[in-house]
Every structure is written in C-alpha cells, then in structure tokens.
Design a protein around this ligand. Structure first.
Ligand SMILES: C[S@@+](CC[C@H](N)C(=O)[O-])C[C@H]1O[C@@H](n2cnc3c(N)ncnc32)[C@H](O)[C@@H]1O
Length: 273
C-alpha cells in the first residue's frame, strides 16, 4: 500500500503495534489491508464489532475455551482474528472463494498455526470436500450468505449441519431487514446514509473505492482481476428475515434456533445442531 493509498483507505500501517504484527514488516503490510477492510465493512455495518462480540460470547458459552471453528466465507478472516485473540486455544479453518481477500488473510495470519485457509465456492454442492476433516464445534459467518441464492443457501444449511458435532453451533450475522416495519426501516436507512456521508468525508472508502484501491496495489492486482471472473457479486443473492432463517434452519437438521442480536437491518441467528 502506498502512503497515499493508506491515507485514503483510512488506515496507517505505521500505527500497528508489535503485538499486532510481531515486528514482521510483511505481516504489518497485510495488517494495513486488514484494517482498511474492517473500516470499509463498518461503513455498511456500524454495529459490526458488537455483532462479533455477541457471536463470540455464544461460541464461548456453548463450546468452551478451545473450539474448532469454521469461518465460513471468511474474507480477510476478521472473525478468526477476534476469535484467536479472545480464545487463544481455539483453532479455525477459513473458507472463501475470493483470491484477493484470501491473500490479505494469508499475509496477515502468516506463521499463525491456528488458522488454515481453504479456497472453495459455497455454490458448489461438493465444496465441503476441500475442508480438513470435521467435525467442527462452531461454524460462523458474517455479511456473506446474502450473496447466495435461496436454493444454494438451503443446501448450505444442510451441509453446515453435517459439518457440526451434535451440540455444535452455527451462527449467521447478516443483512436481515425486519419484514413488518417499512417506515422504521426507511428511517434507519436515512440515518445510515448520513453516517456514511460523514465517513466518506473522513476518507473511509466504500466498497467500490476499496476494490479500486486494492486493484492499484501491485501485490493484489492479479488477484483482484481474477475475482471478477468468479463473482457477479450479489446478483444471485437475497436477504431473509430472521424468522425465515429460523424456520429453514429447523427444517435443515438444527434442534434449536434463537436470535441473540438484531437491529432493524441486521440479525445474528444462532442454531444448535
Ligand atoms: C462482505 S464479505 C464478508 C467477509 C467476512 N465474513 C467479514 O465479515 O469481513 C462477503 C464474503 O463472502 C464471500 N463469498 C460470497 N460468495 C461466496 C461463495 N460462493 N463461495 C465462497 N465465498 C463466498 C466473499 O468472497 C466475501 O469474502
């Protein structure tokens, strides 16, 4: 990342502490991209850290201090980063299709024995074949499953049930508009737009700008070009209410489903195998 790119991305690798990077310049470089990814995601999800906190509270409560976790559609592995800091005995498998986001995760978590990264397309019926052998104690995912068609999502629910040990937990934090509150949803969207304008004024890039910045980094350019042949971004996907998700998860092999956190636009849905 050039100095100009860093400034525009609203991050600065020089602020990384030794604890963040182990005094490893290569790791510090990718930690800069990780931080800018987090800030870009917060553009859309001001409550993102709160969602992660509630998710990890429940992981700890259900699985104890040493869970084996699958970070589904992990991107840069933001969930895994928070998991490993909070529960040092945990381990994680991160799975995603995006070569650029996986490159950032690989750089940021290099020499981290507790994380294994896997490339797979969740739309493919045999995607679980790419994973190390299960079972997992927890499968966690955030801001990703709305990229999938309802058909692929229902198949994925069954796949995830098959990957979890009995008593294991699946948690999905994602866009999930409340179906019966159109006026409140509109008011909430207007507030978010005002907040986003403030972020833009302070130099935080939105999704499109972030990808332009990534494409301009010679170390990411090839992967960014490759991703455009893999995705049509969100074109096939759909958001679902927490109620829809609850009903479908109960039909897909889960015994109990709850919504431990929600806002007007988002929900964290937790399902016990
Ligand atoms: C908005 S990002 C969220 C990433 C991460 N969970 C986070 O919270 O920062 C959505 C992620 O879903 C991944 N994804 C979407 N469709 C996918 C698919 N069919 N197979 C694998 N990963 C997919 C994308 O590559 C991207 O990393």
């Amino acid at each position: 990342m050039s100095d100009q790119t860093l400034t525009e991305a609203g991050t600065n690798i020089n602020t990384n502490t030794e604890a963040d990077t182990g005094a490893d310049p290569e790791r510090a470089y990718w930690a800069g991209w990780q931080r800018s990814w987090d800030r870009q995601q917060e553009w859309y999800l001001p409550d993102r850290e709160e969602r992660f906190r509630v998710m990890l509270d429940l992981v700890e409560a259900v699985t104890g201090p040493a869970p084996r976790v699958l970070d589904l559609a992990c991107g840069t592995a933001s969930i895994t980063g928070r998991l490993l800091t909070r529960l040092p005995q945990a381990s994680s498998v991160g799975v995603d299709l995006d070569p650029a986001l996986l490159a950032i995760a690989e750089g940021h978590f290099r020499a981290e024995p507790r994380l294994t990264l896997v490339t797979a397309d969740l739309r493919e019926p045999d995607w679980t074949a790419a994973l190390p052998a299960g079972p997992f104690d927890a499968v966690l995912t955030a801001t990703a499953l709305h990229w999938l068609s309802a058909e692929d999502l229902l198949r994925l629910y069954r796949d995830v049930a098959g990957l979890l040990r009995p008593g294991g937990i699946f948690m999905n934090a994602d866009h999930s508009p409340h179906p019966a509150s159109a006026l409140l949803n509109a008011a909430d969207r207007a507030l978010q737009r005002r907040r986003q304008a403030e972020k833009q004024a302070s130099g935080v890039p939105d999704w499109s700008r972030w990808w332009q910045l990534a494409a301009a980094d010679p170390r990411l350019a090839e992967a960014v070009a490759a991703r455009s042949t893999l995705y049509r971004d969100h074109q096939d996907g759909a958001t679902h209410s927490a109620e829809w998700q609850t009903a479908r998860l109960l039909e897909s092999g889960f015994s109990e489903v709850a919504v431990p956190w929600r806002s007007l636009s988002d929900a964290l849905v937790a399902a016990l195998r």
